[in-house]
Design a protein around this ligand. Structure first.
Ligand code: NAD
Length: 503
């Protein structure tokens, strides 16, 4: 799914770290100013296992207004010192933090798995590894994100400095709880900002446990804080007058609200990484096996709960029948790997919770009257939130399952005739996150890659990302980019300093 590395190394960190958290001792307090503290809000988060619906915890802190204000005040106090911390010190802190994440990766994955249900061998280790590699990658940028200068031919020397913004926040979804932390906290901290992390109410435990590692890595109080909570906490951050930037990943519906809250408060900067309905286009001359493998992995990874999943598959009519056969077989093979996320042999775990289960199975049920069910279409077992990988064929473009993001292992598969026709059909969506083009003809591949309106396009691959290249979408899939140098730009203000050389 990505090339960030498949397995998590068991690193040895210099000093033996005491990491008290595990499934019998869950972190439930907020992490403010380098201390675990109770929330001043009486409301609590309740968490349940997606394996069987059993209760995991009913008393996890939900940060309210006083808690948010306390974290913002601590961050404001920490900012001047953190901004001026020498680059090598900042770098070493981020690297140490990355090593600590890696050393405790299996436990962190378990803390997430309790309420997300992602098996370690497939998505669990992938997203921890992504967090580890993000902190390393952005640590490497710290002394290399130089500004610019412009010639003094007109008598004025112009120097552009990349200034940190101040107090920043990351509001993240449940589907990649730690991977998202790396992609947001990494560039925010590397560029000298203070950062407040707001994990999803559905997957708070790995994020809350980070407090111990933040302290052990040596971050000064107030630089990196964690506030668990729900949408109300997110809204307090998005509308806060002293937060200068919110980096948000989540649904398009919430993204709109965040942008509105930012506009109505202090015009804080906003990066939005939102939903998708990404097309994979397979031409007659494609390597069939390669196309099928990518298309199956793309829609089944993390049980389809991936923003850039290729959920619309279009195959040219010359190989359509063969593709249908191979894709169906591969999806049915994948169905055999659905099971208990705690078992090593499981590739596909359950959907995250009852709400998501009802949403996805609702799409599956209604889809049966919108297209032809090729495979799947139902629940697996009678407890927990397990579903079959599902494909519908011959689905009209205006059908609900063709247009809406389902966020489950459900794809629509249709045939097409010409390149011109398929570019129009692929672009017939409000989203623009990812696309895939499968062909042996490089000219055609490059033409289609250029004509498709999306932030990312894979050629002979789809639904993948790299830390070294911009990540994000066009249209209603979002605004701004994560990863690469682009992420650093999203967390800094270019300041132009003009020197008068004429007097
Ligand atoms: P969501 O929008 O419901 O929630 C995301 C986060 O926003 C959570 O932390 C939530 O507490 C918070 N939130 C909810 N209401 C809020 C409000 N009014 N103000 C401020 N914050 C609020 O999304 P989700 O269900 O957690 O995640 C699934 C969605 O995320 C899907 O649409 C998926 O495509 C998208 N996603 C996008 C990317 C990407 O990079 N483009 C990556 C992962 C997930």
């Amino acid at each position: 799914m990505s090339h960030l590395g498949a397995s998590l190394k068991e690193a040895v960190v210099g000093s033996a770290s005491s990491f008290p958290w595990n499934k019998s001792n869950l972190p439930k307090q907020l992490f403010i100013n380098n201390e675990y503290v109770d929330s001043k809000n009486d409301k609590k988060l309740e968490l349940y296992s997606p394996k069987d619906g059993s209760e995991v915890a009913k008393d996890v802190a939900l940060a309210g207004e006083h808690d948010v204000d306390a974290a913002v005040a601590a961050a404001q106090a920490a900012f001047p010192g953190w901004k001026k911390t020498p680059p090598t010190v900042k770098r070493d802190l981020l690297l140490k933090f990355a090593n600590l994440l890696e050393a405790h990766g299996k436990t962190l994955a378990e803390l997430t798995r309790l309420t997300l249900g992602a098996p370690f061998g497939s998505f669990g280790s992938f997203e921890i590894n992504m967090a580890v590699e993000s902190f390393r990658y952005f640590a490497g940028w710290i002394d290399k994100f130089a500004g610019e200068s412009y010639p003094q031919d007109d008598g004025f020397m112009k120097i552009v400095r990349n200034e940190p913004l101040g107090v920043t926040a990351g509001i993240i979804p449940w589907n990649g709880p730690l991977g998202n932390v790396g992609m947001k906290a990494g560039p925010a901290l590397a560029t000298g900002n203070c950062f407040i992390l707001k994990p999803s109410e559905k997957t708070p435990f790995a994020a809350l446990s980070l407090g111990t590692l933040i302290k052990e890595a040596g971050f000064p109080p107030g630089v990196f804080q964690v506030l668990s909570g729900d949408g109300t906490t997110g809204a307090l951050l998005a509308s806060h007058m002293s937060i200068r930037k919110v980096s948000f990943t989540g649904s398009t519906t919430t993204g709109r609200k965040i942008q509105e809250m930012a506009a109505k408060s202090n015009l804080k900067r906003v990066t939005l990484e939102l939903g998708g309905k990404s097309p994979a286009v397979v031409f007659d001359d494609a390597n069939l096996e390669n196309a099928i493998t990518w298309c199956v992995n793309a829609i089944c990874a993390n049980t389809g709960q991936v923003c850039f999943a290729a959920s619309r598959v279009y195959v040219q009519e010359g190989i359509y029948d063969k593709f249908v056969q191979g894709y169906k077989k591969a999806m049915e093979e994948r169905a055999k790997t659905v099971g208990d996320p705690d078992e090593d042999s499981t590739v596909m775990g359950p959907l995250v919770d009852k709400l998501q289960f009802e949403r996805v199975t609702g799409f599956m049920d209604r889809g049966k009257s919108q297209g032809t069910l090729l495979t799947g279409g139902g629940r697996v077992g009678s407890t927990g939130f397990f579903v079959e990988p599902t494909v519908f064929t011959n689905v009209p473009a205006d059908a609900e399952i063709s247009r809406n993001e389902i966020f489950g292992p459900v794809s629509v598969l249709n045939s097409f005739k010409t390149e011109e026709e398929i570019v129009a059909r692929a672009n017939d969506t409000n989203f623009g996150l990812m696309a895939g083009v499968f062909t042996q003809d490089i000219n055609k591949a490059m033409r289609v890659a250029s004509d498709i309106d999306s932030g990312m396009v894979g050629i002979n691959c789809v639904s993948l990302c790299f830390l070294t290249a911009p990540f994000g979408g066009s249209k209603e899939s979002g605004t701004g980019r994560e990863n690469a140098i682009n992420a650093l730009r999203m967390f800094t203000e270019p300041k132009t300093v003009m020197i008068n050389l004429t007097y």
